[in-house]
Design a protein around this ligand. Structure first.
Ligand code: ADP
Length: 178
């Protein structure tokens, strides 16, 4: 068991691999610590906790802060958690780090062209055709993390390698009991 909680905050473009890495990481940590982390997926939160929000800068910041508040509550309650959220703004990510404390900021880096090629949910096609607007990376900004704790390259490493590197970083901080 982990004695205290922590948050792994995965940020990156849509299709970069945040959800995929989050799920694999949850599996690895569940096997290692016998405590399955909660996975908080930005898309799922949008449909429940942030249904009232759109995609203006203000609404996006509110969405990030809400998720940060949930992560902070879990972490303080001793529950390891993994958030997979585009979270395009440095300021908002910094606020979440302050709110949570034991937070590992993980940048899932992947070239936009590859994210578009993957187009897991068809959003890029819709963004390019104008069917949706204000799509991060297409016609809305993504601020690359200035000082991420870990940078993953989903175009150059496997999901297992990525998950392993996050586990190493958690271990190095002493956040894993075993
Ligand atoms: P996001 O949550 O960032 O929007 P997803 O995890 O939903 O992205 O989608 C990423 C896609 O890229 C998945 O289809 C996944 O299988 C694929 N993929 C290929 N290689 C990798 C990798 N090394 N790491 C993460 N995802 C990868």
């Amino acid at each position: 068991m982990t004695e205290q909680g922590f948050t792994v905050w995965l940020t990156g473009l849509s299709g970069a691999g945040k959800t995929t890495v989050a799920r694999r990481l949850a599996d690895v940590l569940a096997g290692r610590t016998h405590c399955r982390p909660e996975v908080i997926d930005g898309d799922e939160v949008r449909a429940v906790l942030s249904r009232d929000l759109g995609f203006s800068r203000e609404d996006r910041e509110t969405n990030i802060r809400r998720i940060g508040a949930v992560c902070g509550t879990l972490t303080r309650g001793g529950v390891p958690n993994i958030a997979a959220v585009v979270s395009p703004y440095q300021d908002a990510r910094d606020d979440v780090r302050r709110e949570v404390g034991r937070l590992l900021e993980v940048f899932v880096d992947c070239p936009l062209a590859l994210c578009e090629q993957r187009d897991v949910k068809g959003w890029y096609r819709k963004a390019r055709s104008g069917e949706v607007t204000r799509f991060t990376g297409v016609d809305d900004p993504y601020e690359r993390p200035e000082r991420p704790d870990v940078t993953l390259h989903s175009d150059a490493e496997t999901v297992d390698q990525s998950a392993g590197r996050v586990v190493e970083a958690l271990h190095a901080r002493g956040w894993l009991a075993c």
